[in-house]
Design a protein around this ligand. Sequence first.
Ligand SMILES: [Zn+2]
Length: 321
Amino acid sequence: MIDLFSLIKDTGAYRTVKAEKESGRLSHAYLILTQDKENLTEYLKIFAELIACKDGNPCGECRTCRMIKDGVFADLFVYPKNGQAIISEEVNELIEQSYAKPIESDKKIFILSQAQNMNAQAQNKLLKTLEEPPESVCILIGATAEFSLLPTVKSRVKKLEIPAFSDQKIFDALVKDYPDEERLKEAISCGDGTVGQAVLNYQDQKLKEITALVSDLLLNMKSSSDILEYSNKITKSKCDFATFLSVLELKLRDKLVKMLENGSKGQTQTDQNGFTAGALVFALESINGAFERLKFNANATMLLEWTLFKILEGKYKWQKL
Ligand SMILES: [Zn+2]
């Protein structure tokens, strides 16, 4: 889990809500703006914890905090339930629910995430609740931009902004989950000051690296000593084994499709890397086998070497036919 709380707790937005809670003057609705589309809902949940936790920090450990994290807190409603935009039916549900008394705490909290995608009809429906909110209701609207929100909505909420974070702060928040430090620094430096973009960049670069490694391997792996060499390279790249297998599978499937499209019928015809159609099918079956074994916590290095060996074995076995 990325430590988003360590980032959010130092923002003005967080301090504002905390102070308002402590003085018993929480607004009935907030608009929280952040560029971080990927983590928007998670940020809003932290605010929900802050509002609902009896400890008030929030503690992150009490029953309330844990239930909010697990998505089972009876007084918290998170929209959209599916997809990227809140729909009118969900606003109807919100209106209905807002009249019922809270069960677990003294506040009923509604998270409206990705509000930048809400259409005017859904926003208009929300207006009355924003104008005359029932006593114990708190609505947290989150958006990456405010221009698509109706002025009538904006005028009835308290606007707070989560700013871009410094490279160092993002690094500290991510390094535990994304341990390749050099890559992480690069991912952050070409990001936009959000955790979400840094993670996307990190994964994208990783993927490019793995793809290059897989192409190299399919072209140049010829003997069992090569297997060890590539197994070391892959281990050193710190890539997740399942991701490696997926990239490998995609490449091989691609090769097979191309070969069949080109009308290869003979089992002796090979592609530019020396694979026959039979060898590719055999390799794909082996990868399936590796995925299966991975489910049972097989040793990743041994499984990696086994997979590479199988690919090589198939390559030569099917050439001799
Ligand atoms: Zn708590």
